[in-house]
Structure formats: structure tokens, C-alpha cells
Ligand binder design. Structure first.
Ligand code: ZN
Length: 215
């Protein structure tokens, strides 16, 4: 197989003591990645500084909801959907990229109709968002022994892998160097480009992927 293409993303942070270690590891290797952040941890002391550093080092920062509590498609109240999207976005002044980026909360990574819902789609289109999905969720947060192998298997299964890792305590950070060593040994090319099949909206335009997200 050709050398794999890999886009890394780190979700649910920022976390002081974790995100900084991830940034050190990426910087050492010259890899840039996505950070999909949650409003709540972003409001903790020191957290925003990590994202300022991430942006300065070429990473991209996106909205991963205000509270990360429930899939937007499972929220009946449109006001609550708006609060999840807008509540995080309001904290991203000076950090967001153009177009703004959104990643839905994924119920452990399951791609189905619960991810978004009509109101969320309306909001993401109205806000001109690029909505970034994934094709690899190696479960770094709950499978410490197995996730690196799962990640490498996923990379062999896709021409271009969009991997969801987590810059939260007890997730990928301990074995991230091992994963990156093994991907580099495999000749992986790291990129911020995204494959079309992982995009539900592009700068506010709907893609055919959205139609595949049915319950
Ligand atoms: Zn998440």
C-alpha cells in the first residue's frame, strides 16, 4: 500500500498539563493538527493560552460544543442546540480559522443521525462552518492497551485517515510518541487537508455526507 495520509485531531480539551505535552510532541516532529475544543474546559485558568500557542504553531482550532453533554441531534430544544454551538464559538475569538470549524459530539464516535439534527445543520450552514467528521476513533480514552494498534489498523484501512484522539487526562498523551514513531516508520504523511467523506458541511455548504447520517 502507498504511504498513508493522516490528519490528526485532538478533542475535548484544552487541558493544562496535557495539551502542552501534545503540542511539544507535535512541534518536535513538525506535525500540525486540529484541536476541537469544548467551551467548559476552555474557561479554566491557563487553557486559552494553550490554544494561542497552538495557533501560533500552525495548528487549527475548532468548536466542539459548549458542554459536550449530548449529541445535538438528540436535543429537542433549538435554543439548547444554539447554546451548544454559539456558547463555544463565543470563546474562540482570535483563535478560530476561516471558515470556522465545528466537530459534533459523537457518542463515542458513532456516525449516525444523532450527530447533528435539523437545527444544528441550519446553524452550521448559517455560520459558514466546515463540519469535520472522522473515520478513525481508536478509543484512546478507554482502551489504553489497545488504542495504538487500533489506530495503526485504521490507518492501513484508509487512503486518508482522519483520527480522533483526546487531549484530556488519561487519554492519548502517554502513548502518543509511540503512535507517531510507528506512523513515521510507516512513512505516513501528516496533513491538515481533509478528505471529502469526512466533511458534512464545507464553509456553510452541505455535502452529500450529511445525507448518509441517518439513524
Ligand atoms: Zn468529543
Amino acid at each position: 500500500m502507498d504511504a498513508p495520509v493522516v490528519t490528526l485531531s485532538f478533542d475535548n480539551g484544552p487541558t493544562v498539563g496535557v495539551t502542552d505535552v501534545v503540542l511539544d510532541e507535535l512541534a518536535r516532529r513538525g506535525i500540525t493538527a486540529y484541536f476541537f475544543v469544548v467551551g467548559r474546559p476552555l474557561q479554566r485558568p491557563g487553557a486559552r493560552d494553550l490554544l494561542v500557542r497552538a495557533r501560533a504553531e500552525g495548528h487549527l482550532v475548532g468548536n466542539h460544543s459548549a458542554t459536550h453533554r449530548i449529541a445535538l441531534g438528540e436535543l429537542a430544544d433549538p435554543v439548547a442546540v444554539d447554546a451548544e454551538i454559539d456558547g463555544c464559538e463565543a470563546l474562540l475569538d482570535g483563535l478560530r480559522s476561516d471558515p470556522p470549524l465545528f466537530r459534533p459530539f459523537g457518542n463515542g464516535g458513532v456516525l449516525d443521525g444523532r450527530l447533528l439534527g435539523d437545527r444544528a445543520v441550519e446553524r452550521l450552514v448559517g455560520g459558514g462552518y466546515t463540519t469535520v467528521l472522522w473515520n478513525s476513533v481508536p478509543h484512546d480514552w478507554d482502551d489504553p492497551d489497545g488504542w495504538v494498534t487500533t489506530a495503526l489498523t485504521d490507518v492501513e484501512a484508509h487512503a486518508h485517515t482522519v483520527m480522533v484522539l483526546h487531549d484530556t487526562p488519561g487519554a492519548c498523551v502517554a502513548r502518543l510518541p509511540e503512535l507517531l514513531d510507528r506512523l513515521e516508520a510507516r512513512g505516513a504523511r501528516f496533513t491538515l487537508d481533509l478528505p471529502g467523506d469526512c466533511l458534512a458541511t464545507v464553509a456553510g455548504r452541505l455535502t452529500p455526507v450529511l445525507e448518509t447520517l441517518t439513524v
